[in-house]
Structure formats: structure tokens, C-alpha cells
Design a protein around this ligand. Structure first.
Ligand SMILES: [Zn+2]
Length: 435
């Protein structure tokens, strides 16, 4: 198969015109520009970009959309609402929800999702007959939807430093870190590791998770400094910041992704140079977390990835521009991150964070995961070719995504998922858990 693209972003500040992408199975065989469309090529109008990587997802939290917006509160009051939902889900409900949510992601141009998975066990905290029952349905959901997944299986042991996990947290908790490792070793598929947070994993257990990931060359993620209270509790319990604790446990490396990194110190940022930081701006806004120091992190040598986390909305364009626009509000300075850098974070940055260095770019040898975005809709009509990339990143939307190709196969065509009725599945799966 070959794809002829009216325009395509091949990196840099501009888009190329009349681009032919030839495929070989699930990979790109060659890319050439300025060519006429061969008769047998699929024609993709608008601008073609690499598929988005949603590097931080908790699929089930999508059910909370619209239900947690009303009351005054904070991350911590939202967390109680999330725990109430987490307390009730079973694997069949999780499968239905995840299918629908990954379907919504596919429609938004997401071709790879990083599922940060911590809802492992039954409602009373006892493991299911298959202790990976929940993880298995998440892997299956992605396969059924046709998107790639890296299942980041999160170790969760405590309710806080020296505090026992209670309530819904019992569903997250493995008996100890060895039980976590034994369980995760039984999973087959694209699996990475996660340290839920320094609240939930003590330093010596974090070191075991880090060793597990290092031994397998697997990606390792952790929630880091989303809230000032997390820093205060960590310093009080261990005398160091969450980043310093994780670094001391051997967790911080080029395979490591710090999720959020909102409230990090200059010393933390230096430690994160060479690692990845996954910002989740629409969730961080929604939860009143704060604005992550993206520019300072990049200046310290960190790479960026993006995630929709709680799925308050699912729109990779909005996540990408929010990195720049939120920082404008905080700093009073425009133009700290260009469109190419932002789009790179949403694509190649996320692929790398999820252990797929071979994707998120349009070049020979890369995974054939690409997205065609219409430029004739109301949001992008009139954008000059010379500034198409800026228009795309600063004004494009998930609803402009027309075609999505994963591994050389169409998953979405003309704005419709080829095998799922995504809207219907969303409504039904959410109603089943929150009537
Ligand atoms: Zn999260």
C-alpha cells in the first residue's frame, strides 16, 4: 500500500507538499516529496502527521467526565470521587469502558496509548482468579480497537508513607513488591512498569521496581510531584523530594518518565535531564494541580511527552498547545515552545516514553502509524501553507482528524471508526458503571 498526502509533517517547522509514503507491512518503506499521486495510492487530503501517543491514561476515569466539575475542591476531593468509581468496577465493565475510551482516542488520532494501570484486584482487595484479569482486558481493549498500547503496570503498596492502603486502595495494592513482580511477569504483551507514586511505594520497593524495568529494558513511569502536599509528605517522611527519592532508588534513567512533574525544584529538574516528563495539561487544569515548568524541564535536558490522564477531555491538539499557552499565562512570555516541539512531544516524545522509539515519526523504517487531519474545516480553513503547522497545533482539534492508520491499516476513515460505534459504546459503558 502507499499513501499520497496533500501535505505531511516530516519534522521541522514546515510541512512538505505532495508526499508519497510507501508502506511495507506495518512499517514505512520510503518517503518522497513533490510527487504526483500514483493511481493506486490512498489519497489523504489535508495534512498527515505521525500518530499521537497518549502517554498517560487511566481509561476508567473517563466515566467521571462531567460528573466532577461542580463542587468546589481540589485534587484530593476529586480523588475521593475517583475512588468511589474505582471501588465498583469489574473486569467486564473495565473492558467495555476501555474499548470505548480507546475508541474515542483513535478518533482523536491516538495510535499508541500508555495505560498507567493500578486497578488490579477485586473489590475486597483479594486477587481475581487470574491476578491480571484487569490488565488483560486493557490489553484486549486496545487490540480490539486497533490502537497500540503499552500497559504500565503500577506497583501500589501503601496508602501513604507508613500508612496502610484502605478502601478502594485495597484494589490497587499488591501484598509486597515481590508479589507485584510475580504478577507482572505473568503478563504477556507490551508491558512496562510504573511506581504509582512515592505515597504508594516505599524507597526500597521502588528500587525493586526500577531493577525489574532495567532488567527488561522496559519503560518505567511514576506520578511525580503533581501536588505540593505530595512533596511535603515525602520530605517529612524521607527527607528528600519525590524526584530525589526516585533517583536514589535507581528509577531515573532515559527509560524513565515522570508524569506531571508540576511542582519540581531546580535540583529535581537537573535530575530529570535525560529522562522524559509527561505533562497532562488538561487534567492538571481540571484538578487545579498547577502549571508544569515545561520550558525549564526542556532546558534541563528533559524530553516531553503528553497524556490525557483522567480524560477530562481527549484532544491531543489541546494537550500540545496547552504546554505553551498555560506557560504564557504563568510567565507573561509568548513563544517558549514552537509548534514543531509541541507536536513532537505529542508524537515521537510519547512513543519514546512508551518504549517505541521506532514510531511517532514519518520516515523510512518507522512504524506506519499516521493520521490525516482535515484543513478544510472551520478551524483550519484559510491557513496559509507556509504556516500550516502553526495553525494545526494552535487551532486544530480532535474533531479535525479524518483518517487514522496504525501499522499500515486504516482504523478510522472519514472520521468514523471502522469497527466500533464509539459514541454508543461510551454512553453504554459509562451508564453501566454510573447510572
Ligand atoms: Zn495519572
Amino acid at each position: 500500500m502507499s499513501l499520497w498526502c496533500e501535505h505531511a509533517w516530516l519534522g521541522g517547522d514546515d510541512v512538505a507538499a505532495r508526499v508519497l509514503i510507501e508502506l511495507d507491512g506495518e512499517r514505512i518503506a520510503s518517503v518522497s516529496t513533490g510527487v504526483d499521486p500514483p493511481g493506486d495510492a490512498e489519497r489523504l487530503l489535508g495534512v498527515v502527521i505521525p500518530g499521537f501517543a497518549n502517554a498517560h491514561s487511566h481509561a476508567f476515569q473517563r466515566a467521571l467526565r462531567g460528573r466532577t466539575q461542580r463542587a468546589r475542591g481540589s485534587f484530593w476531593s476529586w480523588r475521593e470521587q475517583m475512588y468511589a468509581l474505582a471501588g465498583s468496577l469489574d473486569p467486564d465493565q473495565m473492558l467495555a469502558l476501555a474499548r470505548a475510551v480507546y475508541g474515542e482516542m483513535a478518533l482523536a488520532g491516538v495510535t499508541l496509548v500508555g495505560e498507567f494501570h493500578y486497578l488490579h484486584h477485586g473489590p475486597d482487595g483479594r486477587p481475581y482468579e487470574d491476578p491480571n484479569a484487569m490488565g488483560v482486558v486493557l490489553l484486549r481493549a486496545a487490540a480490539e480497537v486497533g490502537v497500540r498500547i503499552t500497559l504500565l503496570d503500577a506497583c501500589y503498596l501503601h496508602g501513604g508513607a507508613g500508612v496502610e492502603a484502605t478502601g478502594a486502595q485495597r484494589r490497587f495494592r499488591d501484598r509486597d513488591v515481590d508479589a507485584w513482580a510475580t504478577r507482572v511477569d505473568a503478563l504477556t504483551g507490551p508491558v512496562g512498569a510504573a511506581i504509582h507514586s512515592v505515597r504508594a511505594v516505599d524507597p526500597s520497593s521502588a528500587a525493586v521496581v526500577a531493577e525489574w524495568a532495567a532488567g527488561r529494558g522496559a519503560p518505567l513511569h511514576a506520578h511525580v510531584s503533581e501536588q505540593p502536599a505530595e512533596n511535603e509528605q515525602c520530605v517529612a517522611a524521607y527527607g528528600v523530594t519525590p524526584t530525589a527519592l526516585l533517583d536514589g532508588a535507581g528509577a531515573v534513567s532515559e527509560r524513565f518518565t515522570a508524569v506531571h512533574a508540576t511542582h519540581v525544584t531546580a535540583d529535581d529538574r537537573a535530575l530529570l535531564g535525560g529522562a522524559c516528563c509527561c505533562l497532562c495539561p488538561t487534567t492538571e487544569r481540571d484538578l487545579a494541580d498547577g502549571i508544569g515548568p515545561a520550558r525549564a524541564l526542556v532546558d534541563a535536558g528533559a524530553r516531553l511527552a503528553l497524556g490525557s490522564d483522567s480524560h477530562a477531555i481527549i484532544d491531543p491538539f489541546e494537550e500540545a498547545r496547552a504546554v505553551e499557552l498555560d506557560e504564557r499565562l504563568a510567565s507573561g512570555v509568548r513563544g517558549q515552545h514552537g509548534a514543531a516541539e509541541l507536536l513532537g512531544a505529542a508524537t515521537a516524545g510519547g512513543y519514546l516514553s512508551l518504549g517505541r522509539a521506532d514510531g511517532g515519526v514519518i520516515r523510512a523504517g518507522a512504524l506506519a502509524d499516521v493520521v490525516a487531519v482535515r484543513t478544510d474545516g472551520v478551524r483550519l480553513a484559510g491557513a496559509p501553507d507556509a504556516q500550516l503547522l502553526d495553525a494545526l497545533v494552535f487551532a486544530g482539534a480532535a474533531s479535525d482528524v479524518r483518517d487514522v492508520i496504525v501499522g499500515g491499516r486504516f482504523v478510522v476513515r472519514d472520521g468514523r471508526h471502522l469497527s466500533l460505534d464509539v459514541q454508543r459504546e461510551l454512553a453504554a459503558s459509562i451508564k453501566a458503571v454510573l447510572p
